[in-house]
Ligand binder design. Structure first.
Ligand SMILES: Nc1ncnc2c1ncn2[C@@H]1O[C@H](COP(=O)(O)OP(=O)(O)OP(=O)(O)O)[C@@H](O)[C@H]1O
Length: 584
């Protein structure tokens, strides 16, 4: 339960409304509890005296209390809706914002389904707590304490009997509390694994079908679903056990009150009205008692979800804005240097990059060539700080990129990836991508440079055509040319192209290559390349091997002087086995 205490910064802005909601619920309870006492007065007073006028007044009083109880109850309901919705939306926004700021090294290590389930089902579970369980845990505890007080005031014997009968419930709740949260956390993690599999299967449906792996994927899914089912059943069994203990309590308590109260009334130490009131108070306790198990389960589910939420929002953002920022020259010249750059993945035993030295002159295009997994993407990703170096430094125009404000750096360095990701929205939205200040003329100029204007104009609504998921279906080459347009639209000084041709067929490759030739004019470019066609776009080529740059030169020079380069550039069927693999 201590975990839930960590939510207080989120609850604090809503404290006034939540407290009013709780007070409203307490007021409803007090009205409800006063009714049995009015009934006692009615029976011992007007009914015993056969006083019709008094009876009418007091019955009216009981009705008024009933109406007030309903009003306060409704008030509680209304008061809690706004705060809980605001808490939910703020927490969701904080989580999303944090996910955006977390470095790629973090995203490399987390399954997307685990992130999705935290952002969706976990937050819903957390928010059910202030909306419902929090108020009722407070109010029901209050109701039970006040009711026991009322019983003790009527007859200490009745109060003591009720407390003794309640002891198994208290013990059961303590055991339940300890075990249920563990099960709840396990179930939420298992749900995250299932979400990951659903997401991966949806994204990779073509591969699964093409390789005939749908059956195997289903078997894995079933096994995971079975695991989750088992955990959920254990949760329900545990809750059932507690509920079974609790549900019997009001009946036993009622029997005990009737028996003890009956004896006391027969002896004349308790009036008939007091006996009826005591029975009514115990009957009033039925819901608060029966709901304890459910509310504890809700609180524990919320606590487990809270733990998972904080795992994410407290994950360290290692790539941050510098404390003492230094601006790039305006406009930046685009001189890029790597000085002894080293990189080790968090928790990895060995370094992927072991001292890379490289210089790219303003306006020059340098191709980076290396075996699969040799660290090319990681190295080029460091220029815009998708990853941070773990040793050495990268400078742009003589300034360490870690000293440049992130927004400025990412404005100066644009990246195109192997897989062109397009978002749901229009062509224009995708090209501008959060740069709403760019005009249609600028967007068109970028499309022209990327050799994409003619096919965009041929689309049904031109720039307004919806693309991305479920949008207008584009070919690989068209998608990549839009990605190029997106990269150049804001006129960056440095372009990082992470193997932009590798996912394309020969014909499409030629289209994008033509676009690339245009795009590369006048900017400094670092291009990850696998094929001679891409390499030939570059002024110079660097060979990355064993974590270092082992050779730099023109394509022709390297073909002549560097055996490793010849190996890497050879057609796939002519390569030696280790040429295409990481040699670390
Ligand atoms: N979390 C991690 N811990 C340790 N090593 C990792 C981790 N994530 C990735 N790697 C290693 O980093 C390398 C991938 O680096 P990178 O993607 O930069 O290579 P690349 O040269 O671009 O590969 P490719 O040409 O196949 O795209 C691989 O060797 C991989 O094993």
């Amino acid at each position: 339960m201590a975990t839930l205490w960590r939510l207080r910064p989120h609850f604090r802005p809503e404290a006034a409304l939540l407290t009013t909601a709780i007070l409203s619920a307490v007021a409803a309870t007090l009205c409800g509890l006063l009714i049995p006492l009015v009934i006692q007065q009615i029976i011992d007073g007007p009914v015993a005296r056969r006083d019709l006028t008094g009876l009418l007044w007091m019955t009216g009083g009981a009705l008024l209390l009933g109406a007030l109880e309903a009003g306060f109850f409704l008030g509680r309901h209304r008061l809690v809706i706004g705060p809980s919705a605001r808490i939910e939306s703020r927490m969701r926004a904080q989580l999303y914002d944090h996910l955006q700021r977390l470095p790629l090294a973090f995203h490399d290590q987390w399954h997307s389904g685990q992130l999705l389930s935290r952002a969706s089902s976990d937050l819903t579970t957390i928010v059910r707590f202030p909306r419902y369980a929090l108020v009722y845990l407070v109010v029901n505890t209050f109701t039970i304490v006040v009711s026991v007080g009322v019983l003790c005031w009527m007859s200490p014997l009745l109060g003591a009997a009720f407390v003794v009968i309640s002891l198994p419930v208290v013990a059961g709740s303590v055991v339940f509390e300890a075990r249920y949260q563990d099960l709840s956390l396990r179930a939420q993690n298992q749900l995250g694994d299932l979400t990951t599999q659903v997401e991966e299967s949806v994204l990779g449906i073509r591969v699964l079908k093409a390789f005939g792996r749908a059956g195997q994927a289903l078997a894995t899914f079933r096994a995971r679903a079975e695991l989750l089912r088992g955990t959920e059943i254990s949760k329900v069994r545990m809750l059932g056990l507690l509920t079974a203990t609790i549900v019997g309590l009001p009946e036993v308590a009622l029997g005990a009150v009737l028996a003890i109260g009956g004896v006391l009334a027969a002896r004349g130490t308790m009036s008939a009205g007091e006996l009826v009131a005591a029975v009514a108070v115990v009957a009033y306790l039925q819901w608060p008692l029966e709901s304890i198990g459910y509310l504890l389960a809700e609180a524990n589910d919320a606590a487990a979800a809270t733990e998972r939420y904080f795992q994410l929002v407290e994950a360290e953002v290692t790539v941050t804005d510098p404390a003492e920022p230094v601006s790039l020259p305006t406009p930046p010249r685009g001189e890029l240097r790597m000085e002894g750059v080293r990189f080790r993945h968090p928790g990895a035993d060995t370094e992927l990059l072991r001292g890379v030295d490289l210089e790219i002159r303003p306006g020059e295009t340098l191709a980076l060539v290396g075996g699969a997994g040799s660290g090319k993407s990681t190295l080029v990703g460091m220029v815009s700080r998708l990853y941070d170096v773990t040793g050495g430094r990268i400078t742009l125009d003589g300034i360490d990129v870690r000293r440049v404000p992130l927004a400025e750096l990412r404005g100066a360095v644009a990246t195109v990836f192997e897989e062109p990701v397009l978002f749901s929205g229009t062509v224009r939205d995708n090209i501008r991508l959060n740069r709403a200040d760019l005009t249609d003329d600028e967007v068109r100029a970028a499309l022209r440079v990327a050799n994409a204007e003619s096919f965009v104009d041929a689309m049904p609504l031109g720039l307004d055509t919806e693309i991305g998921e479920q949008g207008f279906s584009l070919s690989g080459g068209q998608r990549q040319r839009l990605a190029l347009a997106r990269a150049v639209v804001a006129r960056p000084s440095v372009l990082v192209l992470d193997d932009p041709l590798s996912a394309l067929d020969v014909h499409t490759e030629a289209e994008v290559e033509a676009a690339l030739r245009q795009v590369l004019r006048g900017v400094t470019a670092l291009v990850v390349a696998h094929r001679p066609s891409t390499v030939q776009l570059a002024d110079r080529v660097a060979v990355l091997d064993e974590g270092r740059v082992t050779a730099v030169g023109t394509h022709q020079d390297l073909l002549r002087d560097c055996p490793r380069y010849r190996e890497l550039m050879a057609p796939v069927d002519e390569r030696t086995p280790e040429a295409g693999t990481a040699r670390r």
